[in-house]
Design a protein around this ligand. Structure first.
Ligand code: AHR
Length: 514
């Protein structure tokens, strides 16, 4: 930002801070990058009721389904324009043997899901069911390959089975199982959390394992793989450093996992029972991801200044204590207005770093952790506050990111941490329509926001708002619309360069200017 612009903004802001006023200046002429739609990716693991009972009920279920996929879940996910789904795990991926999940469903072996509650896995949802689901949704599959307990040959054959059009044992098998043409599979993860559930490897050892496994993941025909190395979690910068140094030239992408929990000590806390201090602490924990990203990105920049290698935050979201009365190890949690803020604030951060971040996958799509959708065994379904944020934010997918300056109050949290009261994203889509998303995390005060933006002549503003009476409010099967978007009329175009907004306390708004 030019110095001449900073000074007037600061002068005005100093006089109005006490009135919860904020100033935003948007620079539409300075668009720097596109927000890749893959930032809105999802993660679906064989864990709890994410796949079974969430996405998949089987053809013979009394719950309405399309060839075994829950109809209501499919339609809700379709509405989100999900660009990519990561599957089959997670920790599950490193114990998954893909051949168990092909062929006649009734003949597939039953196994115990050792990672997640010892539940019996009947393998009725396998490669065909997943890749067909992606085709029905019009999204990309992101396959997470077994490196921890699988062989190089097994992974190589999986790639061949899915993507080859040649005549071979694998393609004959695929055809016998009902799929003639190969699927398009671009993203392949070579292991998951290889420092932990994926094999407890050291970074030096894994770097060599990655180099070996990825060698045999071949490009068949027109299919081009994008090979993702299993990356660090949180603050493990040494993992990123070692991988970049020892295996950087063999990878297309490197992953990162970051979960938002309540406490700095790693404690989780209840999903629906928390107070205002907990709320702010959680938000501080969620925006901490920005510093973590900067440090991992700085290491990647050192080894890859051309930014050839993408960073994939392929697991992120809130992780609370499991809901009382649910199966241990199934990671089922409710989802409140607090989760909605974690989603909007995190997406706002991801949008800023898309010169390096190429994908993000919230954990997880249905019934697990920060889910979009919760389902019941009798056919009930509810959309969570997080779903509504993803729906309100989908307008930013593949849109140009418009830079801005924002001057607002900052909420001080314990440990000298701060959370800005306003978080935002501004983008312009291919039709020239501008969308502004604003989150007011202040639980008590409305925010008056003055937005400077040129070119507003003849434009109209409309909007949607997500808020609730209480931070702990959430949707249930009996009361599904406690937290749901409403029409927002609090934005006014004052003149051809200015919009004013009265943003209610604890609310998330997306405006459309056209
Ligand atoms: O998302 C739940 C689990 O969290 C995943 O299986 C694992 O990769 C991570 O530790």
């Amino acid at each position: 930002m030019k110095k001449s612009l900073i000074i007037p903004l600061l002068m005005i802001s100093a006089t109005i801070f006490s009135q919860q006023k904020s100033i935003m200046r948007i620079y539409p002429e300075k668009s720097e990058h596109i927000i890749p739609k893959e930032i809105y990716g999802q993660f679906a693991e064989h864990l709890g009721r994410c796949i079974y009972g969430g996405i998949w009920v089987g053809k013979n279920s009394s719950i309405p389904n399309i060839n075994g996929y829950r109809k209501d879940v499919f339609e809700a996910i379709k509405e989100l324009q999900v660009p990519v789904i990561r599957w089959p795990g997670g920790c599950f991926a490193d114990e998954y043997h893909w051949m168990d999940g092909i062929g006649p469903q009734e003949q597939r072996p039953k196994l115990v899901n050792n990672n997640w509650g010892g539940t019996v896995e009947d393998n009725s949802f396998g490669t065909h069911e997943f890749l067909n689901f992606c085709e029905m949704l019009g999204c990309e599959p992101y396959i997470s390959g077994n490196v921890g307990s699988g062989t190089v040959e097994e992974l190589a054959k999986w790639v061949e089975y899915m993507t080859s059009d040649a005549t071979s044992e694998m393609t004959q098998l695929r055809k016998k199982n009902g799929r003639d043409k190969p699927w398009k599979v671009k993203f392949i993860g070579v292991g998951n959390e290889s420092w932990g559930c994926g094999g407890n490897m050291t970074p030096e050892y894994y770097a060599n394992v990655f180099r070996r496994y990825q060698t045999y993941c071949r490009n068949y025909g027109e299919n081009r793989l994008y090979k993702v190395a299993s990356g660090a979690s949180d603050y493990d910068y040494n993992w990123t450093e070692t991988l970049m140094k020892n295996a950087g030239r063999h990878m297309d992408g490197l992953s990162l996992h970051y979960y938002t929990v309540k406490g700095w000590d790693g404690s989780k806390g209840a999903a629906t029972r928390f107070d205002e201090d907990d709320f702010y602490q959680t938000l501080a924990k969620s925006v901490e991801i920005e510093d973590i990203l900067k440090r991992h990105i700085a290491i990647m920049d050192k080894y890859d200044p051309q930014k050839r290698i993408g960073l994939l935050v392929d697991e992120w979201g809130t992780w609370w204590d499991e809901e009382p009365g649910t199966v241990r190890g199934h990671l089922y949690q409710q989802n409140t207005l607090r989760d909605a803020f974690v989603a909007s604030l995190t997406l706002d951060i991801f949008h800023k770093y898309t010169d390096r971040i190429v994908m993000a996958n919230i954990a997880q799509m249905v019934n697990v952790l920060q889910a979009m959708i919760l389902t019941g065994d009798k056919g009930e379904m509810v959309l969570t506050p997080t779903y509504h944020v993803f729906r309100m934010y989908k307008v930013h997918q593949d849109a140009e990111y418009l830079p801005f300056d924002l001057i607002c109050n900052k909420k001080k949290i314990s440990d000298n941490r701060v959370v800005p009261s306003i978080s935002a994203t501004v983008s312009r889509n291919k039709d020239g329509v501008i969308h502004i998303s604003l989150s007011n995390v202040d639980t008590q005060n409305n925010q008056e926001i003055v937005i400077e933006l040129s070119g507003l002549k003849d434009k109209k503003v409309s909007g949607e708002i997500l808020t609730a009476n209480n931070l702990t409010d959430h949707n249930t099967f009996d009361r599904p619309n406690i937290v749901s978007p409403k029409v927002f009329n609090g934005a006014k175009i004052l003149n051809e360069n200015t919009i004013t907004i009265n943003l209610p306390a604890k609310s998330i708004v997306t405006l459309e200017l056209k």
